[in-house]
Design a protein around this ligand. Structure first.
Ligand SMILES: NC(=O)c1ccc[n+]([C@@H]2O[C@H](COP(=O)([O-])OP(=O)(O)OC[C@H]3O[C@@H](n4cnc5c(N)ncnc54)[C@H](O)[C@@H]3O)[C@@H](O)[C@H]2O)c1
Length: 337
């Protein structure tokens, strides 16, 4: 008799990274239930998947009763659902509620359902700015935003469930990801899609601060592969693992690289005031992922940018239409009392 196909739940699976993770899990033969309330995810992110093994449940992860029934019989949970960094600036309480409290709730439900592995997708934002480089998993965690703080709380709960209850959790910390289905819109908008769409439209690229701040960029297929490996590798249980490239790129250099990619070297770069709580430097030490997961990112920044450019050019919506959804200063809402 053949091996039973694994049954996995991906929270946030209609989002940017979750939809790529879902594709990779389906390709490995797993039954995948995506749980997503579509607040930032989209059904279209899961379009063109030819598989009877995929089910989308439009559910809020805070809906305890529904989550209890969805986790019944699941072998693994990949927990990605969360609200983002700019959302945390104007709505800190909801950010904490979704990212931290709901993670604790899901851990309890997953443990009761005898889930065999819970993979918590955290973020490099938990570190705050670099105190030593490259950043190993032992680097201090000193988040600068409520988002970073709530992601850190979520990962602490996941780790505590391993230590206290012997519940098999893994924490992964992706660094900045980019690629098809990344966000340019509203408060989810990220630097690479915003730069790329603006460069394609011949509009100025907008840098917050002086552009010397750095990030470690990973193409989304690599990020998702690292998450899959964290779900497969027994040595990963109880561990916290960076998923980054180990290559540091300043935002100013990124702007130049994007201009080259779209052949718009003439595009103007404008410098605006820095963002609140912006991290100045991020660079991963990825040796633990290499040792434990045999993981190494395959895609270089330059090649990934070309793929993203081509993907935008294949979309039904024009670059100009997509840019209408961009909010340039996408954190400047007043903080609630
Ligand atoms: N994109 C990056 O560069 C990056 C870097 C580090 C870590 N991460 C982490 O990876 C994960 C996925 O990030 P992403 O960039 O794909 O973001 P995303 O916003 O595209 O995905 C998150 C998904 O969660 C869903 N969601 C939000 N609140 C929900 C709720 N209450 N109930 C159900 N679903 C809900 C959203 O609709 C969305 O589809 C997150 O946990 C994030 O912290 C992302």
């Amino acid at each position: 008799m053949g091996k039973r196909a694994e049954s996995v739940v991906v929270t946030g699976g209609a989002g940017f990274i979750g939809s790529e993770l879902t594709r990779q899990l389906l390709a490995s033969g797993a039954h995948v239930t995506v749980v997503d309330n579509l607040v930032n995810g989209k059904r279209e992110n899961l379009a063109n998947i030819e598989s009877d093994l995929l089910r989308l449940e439009v559910v809020d992860i805070r809906d305890t009763d529904t989550m209890r029934s969805l986790l019944r019989g699941a072998d693994k949970v990949f927990h990605l659902a969360c609200m983002g960094v700019r959302h945390s600036i104007h709505n800190p309480a909801e950010n904490h509620d979704v990212n931290a409290s709901a993670t604790l709730g899901l851990l309890q439900l997953a443990k009761s359902a005898n889930v065999k592995r819970f993979i918590y997708v955290s973020s490099s934002e938990v570190y705050g700015t670099t105190r030593f480089a490259p950043m190993t998993e032992e680097h201090t965690t000193f988040p600068m935003t409520v988002y970073g703080a709530s992601k850190l709380a979520g990962e602490c709960y996941a780790r505590a469930f391993f230590e206290t209850y012997d519940f098999p959790t893994v924490v992964v910390r992706p660094f900045n990801s980019f690629g098809p289905r990344c966000h340019h819109e509203g408060d989810s908008g990220e630097v690479i899609p915003k730069f790329m769409l603006r460069a394609l439209a011949g509009k100025p690229l907008i840098v917050f601060g002086d552009g010397s701040q750095t990030r470690d960029f990973t193409f989304v297929t690599d990020t998702a592969r690292g998450i899959v490996l964290a779900g497969e590798t027994d040595k990963a249980v109880g561990q916290t693992i960076n998923l980054g490239s180990g290559i540091e790129t300043s935002i100013k250099d990124l702007a130049d690289e994007v201009k080259r990619t779209v052949n718009r070297q003439d595009a103007e770069v404008q410098f605006h005031a820095p963002r609140p709580g912006d991290i100045l430097r991020l660079i991963a030490d990825s040796s633990k992922a290499s040792d434990l997961l045999n993981y190494a990112p395959a895609m270089e920044l330059r090649d990934g940018l070309v793929l993203l450019r081509d993907w935008y050019q294949q979309q039904e919506s024009s670059v100009e239409e997509l840019l209408k959804e961009e909010v340039v200063h996408n954190w400047t809402h007043s903080v609630p009392e």
